[in-house]
Design a protein around this ligand. Structure first.
Ligand SMILES: *Cc1c(COP(=O)(O)O)cnc(C)c1O
Length: 463
């Protein structure tokens, strides 16, 4: 699976001593979000805006038209997005969450329910901020981390139908399907599932939207795993997925292969007019939406490159190889491996740590301390419920660590390094300490929370 590109511009990566890393992490309140990039050797915190651009993207960026309104770059961008999605109305935004805010405040009414396979964190927050209630209905297969079911990103159709037919049915204001399911193991959603959601939503007259940050990666996995789509191109599959929905909100920091960007795609002209007014007031005029002309150019080109089967095949294979290396070291991760990230089963690797000691967070910190690797916890620190004293009252279902894979950035040698650091931890997991929260913000806790390691002698009374 040769990547269909070679490297032309490189960026040096920092190497710190173990002592420097210890000092850096303590200074960051044991929250990797607070580290400086120059303190990190391998950054797997996010695949968002972290990919490498191509020569073609940088070449067209030089042609960026920075006119305030009606720029050439806008027309190139919108033509590309309309051709990809089929939606007549496209609103550009500086990143996905701006699109969420604008769409939800115009589509959802206070007291309504937004149902999803799994809401992404900012999506969850923006549903709340619109006064509505986010509700996740992942399929039952998703709860078995080891199962190799091909479409564990699907929504639970029976549960969705029960809500729509039940006492809360009237309150459902939106069904939003995240492709791929970032909150639950980067697992793809099948076309059959999307079709069934479309049918249910039509019958109940509920809007059906896609949160399509990884539309190309989902399309690739559909082409590999779903009967009937073998001969479809990733672009055709993506187009079909967009066709099934009434609209979409997309962060282009992922499959747009660019550092910034996003868009809202709509069919409903009235909703478009309402969102557009909001966009102009808060993001920018409707032909740039907070983006520069050169960004729009990079995005238009990136949207072509991302559906290249050779690119998607190589990217999926690279992630699978890293998954294999990690498995070979005896560390379990959510199966089957997705494309943009791997999710380590920290709960299983560190059974000596209880949920209130945040095993996922502990593993993430150890990866930094031992190897300068940065990643994100997806466990009780992120999803659990805490009391006023920051004590865990209800844990997350799983204690996971997400290794996000930036696009076109790291090589197999980098991955081998990550696997070797993990192998070292797996040989003596008991040396990994638990953590306790020192201070925590009320919303989107994981971004700003500060913690400290729990020493052996204090584990007994840690709650
Ligand atoms: C990244 C992401 C978002 C938010 O997009 P930003 O560009 O980071 O604001 C929304 N949904 C999903 C599934 C995402 O992965």
């Amino acid at each position: 699976m040769l990547p269909p590109y070679r490297i032309k511009v490189v960026e040096p990566i920092p190497f710190l001593s173990a002592e420097e890393r210890r000092h850096a992490l303590a200074g960051a309140g044991y929250n990797p979000f607070n580290l400086r990039a120059e303190q990190i050797t391998i950054d797997l915190l996010s695949d968002s805006g972290t990919g490498a651009t191509s020569v073609a993207q940088e070449a067209v960026a030089a042609l960026g038209d920075e006119s305030y309104a009606g720029a050439r770059s806008w027309f190139r961008f919108v033509a590309e997005v309309q051709d990809l999605t089929g939606y007549p109305h496209i609103l550009p935004v500086h990143q996905g969450r701006a699109g969420e805010r604008i769409l939800f405040t115009n589509l959802l009414k206070p007291g309504q329910i937004c149902i999803s396979n799994t809401h992404f964190d900012t999506t969850h927050a923006n549903v709340h901020l619109a006064g509505a209630e986010p509700r996740d209905l992942p399929c039952a297969e998703a709860a078995d981390l080891d199962s190799v079911d091909p479409f564990k990103g699907n929504i639970d159709l029976d549960a969705l139908e029960r809500v729509l037919n039940g006492p809360d049915g009237e309150r459902v204001g939106l069904v939003l399907i995240t492709v791929t399911n970032n909150g639950l193991g980067a697992q793809p959603v099948s076309m059959a599932n999307l079709e069934a959601v479309r049918d249910l939503c039509r019958r109940h007259r509920v809007p059906f939207y896609l949160d399509a940050a990884r539309f190309a990666e989902n399309a690739w996995l559909v082409s590999r795993r779903e009967p009937g789509y073998r001969t479809w191109s990733p672009r055709q599959i993506a187009r079909r997925a967009f066709e099934l929905a009434d609209g979409c909100v997309v962060s282009l920091k992922k499959d747009g292969l660019s550092a910034v960007g996003g868009f809202i795609g709509l069919r409903d002209p009235d909703l478009h007019a309402r969102c557009e007014a909001n966009l102009i007031a808060t993001e920018g005029f409707s032909t740039y939406g907070g983006l520069a002309g050169h960004d729009l150019e990079r995005l238009a080109q990136g949207l072509r490159e991302v559906v290249d089967p050779a690119y998607l095949r190589a990217r999926a294979a690279a992630t699978s190889r890293l998954a294999q290396m990690i498995n070979d070291e005896g560390v379990d991760l959510i199966q089957p491996p997705g494309i943009h990230a791997l999710y380590l089963n920290a709960g299983r690797l560190l059974p000596h740590l209880a949920a209130h000691q945040f095993p996922g967070h502990a593993l993430g910190c150890q990866l930094y301390l031992d190897g300068g690797i940065r990643c994100a916890e997806l466990g009780s620190l992120y999803l659990g419920r805490l009391d006023d004293q920051h004590r865990l009252v209800s844990p997350a279902p799983f204690e996971l660590v997400r290794l996000a894979i930036p696009r076109r950035v790291y090589s197999d040698e980098h991955f081998q390094y990550v696997a070797a650091i993990l192998a070292d931890i797996a040989k003596d997991p008991e040396r990994v300490p638990g953590y306790r929260i020192v201070s925590s913000p009320p919303l989107l806790r994981h971004f700003k929370v500060r913690l400290e390691p729990v020493t052996r002698s204090s584990t007994v009374d840690a709650g």
